[in-house]
Design a protein around this ligand. Structure first.
Ligand code: SAM
Ligand code: GLN
Length: 286
């Protein structure tokens, strides 16, 4: 069978299963299967697959038909300027999360510290810590996660990009494994409440780690803890940055204000125009 027919057939099967971006998924999986770039076979749609390639591709498509995310099938996901290894031990980094990286860079670039100290809580694949390390060579970064398995993925990602010396990975609950104070603390914590958890797509709910997503009944559990505990680990005038769900702006700002520890509480939208990051500065007197 030739590439054109295989792509048409698999796209139809994925569409019938209501998989969004069916055509793109079929192309990405075919490129992965053939170990080449998508453009290579798109330029040559008459290319013929041998039976072994065909069988391997059918296996990948059947996994996608059960809603397994493409990134788990291929084991990789593009983020920022690089590609990360991902497994089902880690959340697949979302494009929206690049917004918190941009905000961290903006703050870091204004700092005159010779060695800016940054902490990321809940690093997962390492996406945020690694992106910041790749942009700011003088940043010293600590990245934590409660999951050993996630940290192994994050460490491998840092190593494969040659950034392992800049990031100290530590396992533990929130601030428990860290000492000292930081100029920037950032987190994309779990923020899905009980109601939203039921509304997640099958691909997310059945395949991504529950402990990376679920944050108690309200979805706010981690914000309360991060906002109150971060102030003991922030330099005076240090910044706390939190990724939030699109409907959590008011609640998270309210918790920040009620704590009395922060000023300059500001929200940044993502490229879909939805509230995505709250940042706040630790008060000098707080
Ligand atoms: N930072 C990654 C990203 O943006 O793609 C992953 C974010 S994921 C939403 C949240 C991460 O927090 C998961 O890797 C999860 O294992 C971790 N986590 C959950 N509870 C935690 C806790 N109590 N302490 C530290 N990390 C925790
Ligand atoms: N943005 C993710 C989702 O909607 C949630 C990530 C998180 O809980 N931090 O699937």
């Amino acid at each position: 069978m030739i590439v054109r027919d295989i792509l048409n057939e698999s796209t139809k099967a994925l569409e019938a299963a209501q998989i969004p971006s069916a055509r793109l998924d079929a192309e990405v999986l075919l490129a992965f299967c053939l170990g080449c770039d998508r453009l290579e076979f798109l330029k040559n749609p008459e290319r013929r697959l041998d039976p072994a390639q065909r069988a391997a591709f059918d296996k990948l498509i059947s996994r996608r038909l059960r809603w397994e995310p493409v990134a788990y099938i291929t084991g990789r996901k593009a983020f920022w300027t690089f590609t990360l290894e991902v497994s089902n031990d880690v959340l697949i980094p979302r494009p929206d999360t690049e917004v918190i990286v941009e905000e961290m860079l903006q703050i870091a670039k204004k700092s005159d510290a010779a060695r800016i100290k940054i902490l990321e809580i809940g690093t997962g694949s390492g996406a945020i810590a690694i992106a910041v390390a790749s942009e700011i060579p003088h940043a010293s970064i600590t990245a934590t996660d409660i999951s050993f398995a996630a940290l192994n993925v994050a460490r491998r990602n840092a190593e494969s990009l040659g950034l392992q010396n800049q990031i100290d990975f530590r396992q533990g609950d929130l601030f428990e494994p860290v000492e000292g104070v930081f100029d920037i603390i950032a987190s994309n914590p779990p923020y899905i409440g009980a109601q939203e958890y039921q509304e997640l797509s099958d691909g997310v709910r059945s395949f991504e780690p529950r402990e990376a997503l679920f944050a108690g009944e309200s979805g706010l559990e981690f914000y309360e803890k991060l906002i109150y505990q971060a102030q003991c680990h922030l330099e005076k005038n240090g910044w706390l940055l939190l990724e939030i769900g699109a409907r959590q702006e008011k609640d998270v700002c309210r918790i920040m204000e009620a704590s009395g520890f922060y000023d300059h509480i500001e929200m940044r939208r993502d490229y879909a125009g939805l509230p995505r990051v709250i940042r706040a500065r630790r008060k000098v007197s707080g």
